[in-house]
Design a protein around this ligand. Structure first.
Ligand SMILES: [Zn+2]
Length: 366
């Protein structure tokens, strides 16, 4: 399973899919579902939805991960061919100069570029420790005039992403672009292959969602149509075992998958997820019974679509489940394939527990 996860994730990380431009990722995922004999459909926003039919009397489950990644869009083409960009998503400005980027003109026509870093020999002492805001940065694609840029297909609105890359680190760890959340997509694909034959489970809706990095609501239309009783989002959980993360928590890379007990944005958006107690109990008891590791996370500063999905209908029993990640939103995010494998095994075992007797009544869990 680990090798398959490595291959799938590596392929997914190499496919460009800026928020709102997820089509290439969706085509890949649809083809993989087709190979498994699982029918899928997409909605008007671009969400890819597949349903594995089960017991209609059991609470239905929507399991989802987002296909999109953060990046930029071209804001202005300068007369001398340099490009200015607008940011899309939580792009860390500290880590942008000197990055290789890809201008997504169209499949087979994409252009490489460089986010320029001012020549070191011309950098003043005051500039040396200053973070350059993205609005001052520019991209060099090697063309020297606005006309040449236009002829190459680059226009205002062209998507720009970190140049896709995958680096195999030691000990089953992968570094590269858009581990967030292609790792979640890879985990769902793996699980789909395991669950498609199993009967007696609840209706399981697999959703690969759009625009999470943009506005955290791309999965909403899918959830509104599916009206699930339970929603589980697979996405990153911040690993706190890097030297600069001390004190933030107890999540170790390689320590297994994790559940979030509390998330809140904390920067203006009054939203977050406090998971349903039945879901916390389900994953904790399953991990114990299967002798699988399960870590716990609680922190402010990050949200997922689940914050919005939980509020549809009469409320959805929700939980964020995920894989530890280091260096989130940088061009080189790091995850551990053992955590992904643990995540798939835990999910497969937990979903098998959701039958018609599975209660979401709050009073049964107080
Ligand atoms: Zn994410």
């Amino acid at each position: 399973m680990k090798q398959r996860l490595r291959d799938t994730l590596s392929e997914l990380m190499m496919i460009p899919g800026l928020s709102g431009h997820e089509d290439r990722v969706r085509r890949y995922l649809r083809a993989r579902l087709d190979d498994l004999g699982i029918a899928s459909r997409s909605d008007r926003l671009g969400n890819l939805i597949a349903t594995i039919e089960g017991d209609p009397e059991a609470p239905s489950v929507m399991l989802f991960a987002h296909m999109d990644q953060l990046g930029f869009v071209v804001r202005k083409v300068e007369a001398d061919g340099f490009l200015r960009v607008e940011r899309l998503g939580g792009v860390p400005e500290r880590a942008l100069p000197s990055q290789a980027v890809l201008l997504c003109v169209g499949e087979g026509r994409d252009l490489p570029g460089v986010l320029a870093n001012k020549s070191h020999h011309a950098t003043t002492p005051e500039e040396k420790y200053r973070v350059v805001p993205y609005s001052e940065l520019y991209i060099d694609i090697g063309l020297a005039s606005a006309d040449a840029v236009e002829a190459a297909g680059v226009r205002i609105g062209t998507p720009v992403i970190y140049r896709p890359q995958v680096i195999a680190l030691a000990d089953d760890r992968l570094a590269g672009t858009s581990v967030d959340d292609r790792a979640g997509c890879a985990a769902i694909l793996e699980l789909a292959g395991m669950l498609k034959e199993k009967q007696g489970l609840a209706n399981l809706h697999l959703v690969f969602s759009v625009q999470e990095e943009f506005n955290l609501r791309g999965a909403l239309p899918a959830a509104q149509v599916l009206q699930p009783d339970i929603a589980i989002q697979l996405d990153l959980i911040l690993a706190t075992d890097a030297p600069d993360m001390g004190g933030r928590g107890d999540v170790a890379l390689g320590g297994g998958p994790a559940i979030s007990l509390y998330s809140f944005h904390g920067r203006g958006t009054l939203n977050g997820v406090i998971p349903h107690p039945a879901m916390v109990r389900l994953f904790e008891e399953t991990a114990r019974a299967e002798s699988l590791p399960l870590q716990r996370s609680a922190h402010i500063g990050a949200l997922t679509d689940l914050s919005y999905v939980q509020h549809i209908g009469e409320g959805v029993a929700s939980i964020d489940l995920g894989f530890p990640i280091r260096y989130s939103h940088s061009s080189l995010e790091v995850c551990d394939l053992n955590d992904l494998e643990g995540l798939v095994r835990l999910l497969a075992a937990a979903l098998a527990q959701i039958d018609r007797n599975f209660s979401l009544d709050r009073d049964d869990h107080s």
